[in-house]
Ligand binder design. Structure first.
Ligand SMILES: Nc1ncnc2c1ncn2[C@@H]1O[C@H](COP(=O)(O)OP(=O)(O)O)[C@@H](O)[C@H]1O
Ligand SMILES: [Mg+2]
Length: 196
């Protein structure tokens, strides 16, 4: 059985709100892994998260430097290894040393390097849903470790409240529990009720 949630976002702003909803749950030592193709919205999510943690400077994809560090309520280390081709390149980057217990580590990448992650982390996968809805994304949150199962419950409550306040979305359930749905090969998880 899968644990976690799939959440629909209909705009970049809503994805920022989801990042912001996660922020209050984060503590130094936490690791958040973001996957999804280029342009999916990984950096947008990190922007929402970092802003909610008091980061004032602009958050951009660390494409040239690979690693950005932001001072805020806590130190945030933001890595983008999406464009690295091989496992070896990630090792060469000194990835394991980035897991600083005094900082929150947020990684954008392809799934190829997942074996380097610690046992406890939050996995966030962002995907486009349909060519007919270019601004729609589905964010799939999967907790690894009991601690993250609990944190994710807290995040859901915050996210629902913030999204309700910010948007007039009326497209059916925004959150689905992964335990209740059958995954699709592509597009979003099938939700109960009529298809849009
Ligand atoms: N629902 C959405 N969530 C996130 N980004 C969106 C959404 N709809 C459109 N976008 C746009 O998609 C792009 C995502 O870019 P970015 O976050 O840099 O992607 P990535 O870091 O995954 O490569 C931005 O231009 C953003 O405005
Ligand atoms: Mg990016």
């Amino acid at each position: 059985m899968q644990t976690g949630y799939a959440v629909l976002s209909t705009s970049a702003e809503e994805t920022r709100i989801l990042g912001a909803a996660l922020a209050p749950l984060l503590l130094p030592g936490d690791v958040v892994s973001l996957s999804g193709e280029l342009g999916a919205g990984k950096t947008v999510f990190v922007q929402g998260l970092a802003t909610a943690l008091g980061v004032e400077r602009p958050v951009t994809s660390p494409t040239f430097t690979l690693v950005h560090e932001y001072p805020g309520r806590y130190r945030i280390i933001h890595v983008d290894i999406y464009r690295l081709d091989s496992f070896q390149e990630v090792i060469d980057l000194g990835f394991e040393e980035l897991a600083d217990p005094g900082a929150i580590l947020v990684v954008e990448w392809g799934d190829a390097v997942a074996p380097l992650l610690p046992p406890r982390y939050l996995q966030v996968e962002i995907r486009r849903t349909s060519p007919h809805r270019p601004d729609e994304r589905e964010l799939v949150f999967r907790p690894n470790g009991q601690d993250w199962v609990r944190k994710l419950e807290g995040m859901r409550a915050t996210a629902e409240a913030l999204l309700d306040a910010a948007s007039d979305y009326a497209g059916g359930p925004r959150f689905v529990n992964l335990a209740d749905v059958a995954p699709r090969d592509d597009g979003r998880y099938r939700r109960p009720g009529p298809e849009p």
